[in-house]
Design a protein around this ligand. Sequence first.
Ligand code: GUN
Ligand code: ZN
Length: 478
Amino acid sequence: MQIPSGPAAPGRTRVYRAHIFHIAGTPAQQEVASHLVSLPDGALVVDADGRVAWIGDFASLPAEHVDAPVTRADYLLPGFVDGHVHYPQSYATAAHGGGQLLEWLEHCIFPTEGQFADPDFAHRAARYFTRRRIAAGTTAAMVFGSAFPVAQDALYEETLKAGLRVVSGRGVQTVGPAAASALLTGEKEAISMVADEIDRWHAVDTGDPRTARVQVGIVPRFSLSVTRQTLAAMGELYDEARGKGVYFHSHLNENNRKGDGEIAAVLGAYGTQTYLDTYDGRFEEGSKVGGSSLLGRRSTLAHAVHCQPEELARMAETGTSIAHCPTSQLFLGSGTMPWRATVASGVNVSLGTDIGAGDEWLISRVAGDCYKVHISEPGDDGTALHPAELLFAATLAGARALDMEHAFGNFDPGKDADFLLIDKALWEPLDGMLTMGIRSDDEEQATLEELFTLLVGLRQPAIAGVYVQGRETIAPEL
Ligand code: GUN
Ligand code: ZN
């Protein structure tokens, strides 16, 4: 197969001068505030291969870099990581008339996803999706894929050409209502299509899952769209593929409307003690073991709004991450994930747009919704998230969820330079907030206020450049 080549490597060392924020090191979630780095006149030095060679105050730039070309911006942040975004729902944001999760899937989502069977439609959608990602500064993402291999091929091709990172896998459905019929396959076919996608695309660019920009996962839509037989076969496939760095991704505990929503339906269909058990090999009646677990460091479950304590403990124990999607949870009336209890369990929490139940592509806006919903939790559960926690959730926690923290997520020297340039003048309200907004006299507090305003006030027009491995990404024409 001909692998599309992306943007060329920088070819020489370059300096990016701006107010730089990042979360340095590898902190636990509860320690991120002490790992926040703010360099008001900072320099990020990117070497010829696109790696971070040096970071610090511009005034202290080492002599060996003083002749390197300098690009200026107002702010420089690590690239955003979207922990959960549905590519075949690219055109389905802000769809009215669906109701909550199960009705919305039937009325709005299964029909829109069926359109991706058409190769022309799918290619256009892949270009659109890639454009949306670049506009939103989403340098890395866990992308819930289309049921149709032709659409998945288009996604990987466009991602490589643009120079972005992706983990994806076809959305698997072996059972479902009539509205989903175009998306269903037989049991054997489902597994062989996933195995084929792994063979053709996993780490296709470098051959090494620690460095690859394109990687593949096993992605059942959710337990209700598959059977015990599918989950058992996925466990067998994962036993073979896990060592190659293949991922697992699905939904968990999203909606429990009046006891007849998704969670009640899963527990009713499987007879397990918890929803998580269905992904943990314990999918037989009474949570008896029926196959291999799909949990682990390369597994992310979206939502996890209504978890039992033992489910959180098991995710933490196995290194499974949560993709928290507050914008989507507002849109579908799914409720609010209890922030403190979830984080206290030790599970890693990244952020996801959950396009199209989420109606916003920009991860920093999802961080803003995250702030709003958790300050509004009732009683003592309400919490005002620290600006560093928001930055962490939008960047390094996402890299951790993808098990790629060694490669990106912050500007520790030696990592790939995945970053965003932000120019506040490109969006007047951001300029207004950052230039004229009131700030504390205390310098440290003023810095936190500035970061909060930057993250919550940012809008897409102010993103002036999106870089992966030091290469500027290229948006395809529609
Ligand atoms: N659960 C199963 N499928 C979906 C989906 O497409 N979106 C969301 N938000 N939840 C799901
Ligand atoms: Zn989703």
